[in-house]
Design a protein around this ligand. Sequence first.
Ligand SMILES: CC(C)(COP(=O)(O)OP(=O)(O)OC[C@H]1O[C@@H](n2cnc3c(N)ncnc32)[C@H](O)[C@@H]1OP(=O)(O)O)[C@@H](O)C(=O)NCCC(=O)NCCS
Length: 165
Amino acid sequence: MQIEVRLAKKSDKKSFIRLALERDVGLRDVSNSYKLYRQAIGNPKYWATKFDELVKEKRLLLVRIDGKPNGFFYFSLDFIGHPSAYVELVFVSKVNRNLGIARQLFAKVEKIAAAEGYSKIFSSTNPSNRISLNMHRKFGYKRCGSIYGIETPTSREIFFSKTLK
Ligand SMILES: CC(C)(COP(=O)(O)OP(=O)(O)OC[C@H]1O[C@@H](n2cnc3c(N)ncnc32)[C@H](O)[C@@H]1OP(=O)(O)O)[C@@H](O)C(=O)NCCC(=O)NCCS
């Protein structure tokens, strides 16, 4: 099995949109969420615009397994105006989970951020996402707080941080 992790390019647009919509299928039960978020989920136009922005800013990684797109990861730099990176979203296609793909994606982004001179990376997840909580702990991320009310008025997002070498 050949696993390739690289920055996305313009020609990856269709693959990315397909994967993003696959990710959205698991999020249909968000009837309480804010209107803007509800409109984005399952909306190819939203993902097309997002793709253009991410590719232009070199903030999107795509995974290909034996040449077939299987996951993505996007991040930001200068998180809330400070010299830190932030993991925005990571997704691995169901058929290829538990093979260490997310591990490779995180490693690549951490390398990119460190090479750019960033010494810290932040990430976050929903408290009910057990796999994501495990994953962050396994990759050396430490819990650093929670923020309420981002997704819905009562939801909580758990934040993590990691110091980069
Ligand atoms: C979370 C996700 C990205 C993990 O991707 P993956 O390629 O399967 O992860 P890896 O194989 O690299 O595993 C990394 C770690 O995650 C944890 N993990 C992965 N699958 C797990 C499972 N089924 N049960 C419990 N922990 C699990 C483990 O700690 C694992 O480390 P280990 O294998 O050394 O024990 C993937 O499950 C996914 O896309 N989920 C839907 C989107 C999502 O929840 N994204 C994260 C929040 S933004």
